[in-house]
Design a protein around this ligand. Structure first.
Ligand code: CP
Length: 296
């Protein structure tokens, strides 16, 4: 039984196979490879993209999906997470896709070895499927000009310390040979050996990709910016800052318009936010195939 707690669960060959499968699924929908499989989605935090993307990916492959809404489940009556999970597993799903506020929840459930556990975002630690779909988007972009991603420079900009997307992305992108630069004010910067900068202007002439992150000012104990406009003045990816540079612009969503990225850049062909969302379905199809078919 294989799980996806973070991308370290996958070997290099598995990651290469995922990229190949996602590419071929995007070119042509595959047959219903998972038509006898059943997945449960269990999201303890809000989601627009990840939950619907997983459900669409599963259904595109012919699997059935049951969603349990924790706000209407017996966890409201005091049932523990482990008991909720054990009861769901008694109904013999082929996998549980979980999003949770605690960093270690997917690992705890995976260690119970009852069904394949897929992390759909945990605390500020890991969001592996986002990292993999972002990798797919970057590989796809550079393959159009026959360039490998090894050595490409990506700046992650914004509230890095609170971001599970950044956390998983840093681990995956460095492993894949990319050079990751962190751009944030000091209170938003995690402890890291990576190159660190305080201003977008410090790196803008020297990067191939910018990944902007959602500002989470509410999560900070100290006031760094008095409001979102003050943050945007320094970190918003806008036309003035980007100019005509050939830089791929990514954001995991939800995008705070004109705070993280300006309206104008969101509509610019260099910005691949909706391509990321589209690619997410194909990458999650590849992940479900790997976990439920190839590795089972
Ligand atoms: N990128 C992402 O995790 O979006 P959702 O929170 O909408 O799932």
């Amino acid at each position: 039984m294989q799980h996806l707690v973070d991308t370290y669960d996958f070997t290099q060959i598995q990651i290469e196979n995922l990229l190949q499968d996602a590419t071929s699924f995007k070119a042509q929908y595959p047959p219903q490879l998972l038509k006898d499989k059943l997945l449960i989605t269990l999201f303890f935090e809000a989601s627009t993209r990840t939950r619907s993307s997983f459900e669409i990916a599963a259904k595109r492959l012919g699997a059935s999906v049951v969603h349990l809404d924790p706000s209407k489940s017996s966890s409201k009556k005091g049932e523990s997470l482990e008991d909720t999970f054990t009861n769901l597993c008694a109904m013999e799903p082929d996998g549980v896709i979980i999003r949770h506020t605690a960093n270690n929840t997917p690992q705890i459930l995976a260690d119970m070895q009852m069904t394949s556990v897929i992390n759909a975002g945990a605390g500020d630690y890991a969001h592996p499927t986002q990292a993999l779909l972002d990798l797919f988007t970057i590989v796809e972009h550079f393959s159009l000009v026959n360039e490998p991603i090894e050595g490409k420079r990506i700046a992650i900009v914004g509230d890095i310390i609170n971001s599970r997307v950044a956390s998983s992305a840093i681990r995956l992108f460095t492993r894949m040979g990319m050079k990751v630069l962190l751009v944030a004010p000091k209170p938003f910067m995690p402890k890291s050996d990576l190159e660190q900068y305080q201003h977008v202007e410090d790196v803008i002439d020297n990067v191939d990709v910018i990944m902007s992150l959602r500002t989470q000012l509410e999560r900070h104990n100290t006031v760094v910016f008095k409001d979102n406009d003050a943050y945007a003045k320094e970190y918003c990816i806008n036309k003035e800052r980007l100019g005509n540079r050939d830089i791929l612009i990514l954001h995991p969503g939800p995008v705070m318009r004109n705070i993280d990225i300006s309206d104008e850049i969101l509509a610019d062909p260099r910005c691949k936010v909706l391509t990321q969302v589209k690619n997410g379905v194909f990458m999650r199809m590849a992940i479900l195939k790997l976990l439920l078919l190839d590795a089972s």
